[in-house]
Design a protein around this ligand. Structure first.
Ligand code: NDP
Ligand code: HSE
Length: 426
């Protein structure tokens, strides 16, 4: 039997799908009892079609989604165009046409995933998206299937390859943010608009998806506190190293007594922490649970072949259901009411980098603010940075998120002080 699929888009990831279907065809056929055939490929226009044909790509290229939607022989649609529209409309239409859909589109899923999953369920088909989190690491299916007997209490993730590449250069080579961004762009990791990668937005999308699989709750993207790596300076990096930490952009999801919380923030990780060793464009997801304890899933978070491997894994699961005429199970069946944690339930240590005039009494003014919030200092460093200015670095003891927000507001408003950066300390 043959299961026909259509690809929407033929860019980096999509063009890796034929490679795997061909190179691994024997194993896929043995496992599924089917041949997966690319029946049609949606491209932007006739010019792209001509270019791809001239390059030797021997597919039926189409420029209208209707050619795919009305083709009853196509069972599965693979959306690899990216962005919100027209991907959202095309996926909706494919599901309504009773075709299963595979996508890697985390931007779309983090914001409109619930709506699309409902369309899938209403039409008796499935929407799978293993590649949307940490590209080549099979983490979503692992959480949905292998962790079904366990209770997850915390997820930590380095899930954005671009920002992790940049942070690795800033830590290992002492590069500035701008130098690291220039190199990430030169190597093609950072997009022409790197905002989503460097401002923690891409990682926050992935936290929304991970929260569904690990905790059964769908966190609203707007509620994922996210901050990127733009403000990190060589001084922050040096101080972290002196104290035995590595700075990384880390996503965290925790379930506390009052509910769930997710954030993506620059973080001081102890050098011995497994995540501290995840360098370059690599990704890792660190899972804490009551059964397994601690486990880390490490691998390439992006790239043509790793990401296409996750896409094809979804395709295989769906092709089996098509071939054997059973309904494809939903990708994730763990669903609970989403309950958000109270801020006072969220306790962490923080690093505060502050600049001020180098004169008596300045540290005392800061100490008074911390004292009023009942937060104590764990370590304090001060050095003169010239022109009668001083740089003060404070590592606090644990405080809750109300105390942290209040201190940030008060220090920012303090006359003669500049709060240069804050970083979470694990
Ligand atoms: P690319 O930009 O390389 O490919 C997307 C392709 O889709 C482009 O050729 C684009 O054409 C085409 N396209 C866009 N809109 C349309 C349209 N309306 N009709 C027809 N073709 C269209 O993206 P990637 O392959 O890198 O990413 C694909 C998806 O996978 C995204 O959702 C991304 O977030 C996700 N992903 C990517 C990873 C990676 O490593 N690259 C890793 C994990 C997920 P044009 O160039 O003309 O715009
Ligand atoms: N831009 C993303 C990254 C691609 O750098 O990790 C994979 O989702």
């Amino acid at each position: 039997m043959t299961v026909n699929i259509a690809l929407l888009g033929f860019g980096t990831v999509a063009s890796g799908v034929p490679f795997l279907l061909k190179e691994n065809g024997e194993k896929i056929t043995a496992a599924t009892g089917t041949d997966i055939q690319i029946s049609k490929v949606l491209v932007r226009d006739d010019a792209e079609k001509s270019t791809l044909l001239a390059q030797g790509h021997d597919y039926q290229f189409v420029t209208s989604i209707a050619d795919i939607l009305t083709d009853a022989s196509i069972d599965i649609v693979v959306e690899l165009m990216g962005r919100i529209e027209p991907a959202k409309t095309f996926i909706t239409q494919a599901l309504q046409a009773h075709k299963h859909v595979v996508t890697a589109n985390k931007d779309l899923l983090a914001i409109h995933g619930a709506e699309l999953l409902k369309v899938a369920a209403d039409n008796g088909v499935a929407l799978y998206y293993e590649a949307a989190v940490a590209g080549g690491i099979p983490i979503l299916r692992t959480l949905a299937n292998a962790y079904n007997a366990d209770k997850i209490t915390k997820i930590l993730g380095v899930v954005n390859g671009t920002s992790n590449f940049m942070m690795t250069k800033m830590v290992d080579e002492g590069w500035t943010y701008d130098q690291a961004l220039a190199e990430a762009s030169r190597l093609g990791y950072a997009e022409s608009d790197p905002t989503n990668d460097v401002d923690g937005i891409d990682a926050a999308y992935k936290m929304v998806l991970l929260s569904q699989f690990a905790f059964g709750m769908t966190i609203d993207f707007e509620k994922v506190r996210h901050e990127g790596i733009r403000k990190i300076t060589p001084e922050d990096v040096k101080l972290a190293q002196k104290l035995g930490f590595v700075i990384k952009l880390v996503g965290e999801i925790v379930e506390r007594e009052s509910g769930i919380y997710a954030e993506v923030v620059p973080t001081f990780l102890p050098q011995h922490h497994q995540l501290a060793k995840v360098n370059g464009v690599m990704n890792a997801v660190f899972v804490e649970s009551i059964g397994i304890g601690e486990a880390m899933f490490y691998g390439p978070g992006a790239g043509q072949k790793p990401t296409a491997t996750s896409v094809v894994s979804d395709l295989i699961a769906l092709a089996m259901s098509v071939a054997e005429h059973y309904p494809a199970p939903p990708f994730n069946t763990f669903v609970r009411e989403t309950v958000y944690a109270q801020k006072e339930d969220l306790l962490d240590k923080y690093y505060f980098a502050i600049e001020t005039e180098d004169k008596t009494g300045q540290l005392l003014r800061l100490a008074e603010l911390f004292d009023a919030e009942q937060v104590s200092f764990e370590q304090v460093f001060q050095e003169s940075i010239g022109e009668n200015r001083a740089s003060i670095a404070i590592i606090s003891h644990r405080m809750d998120l109300n105390q942290f927000d209040s201190l940030v507001e008060q220090i920012s408003a303090l006359d003669g002080f500049k709060l240069r950066n804050t970083i979470k300390v694990i």
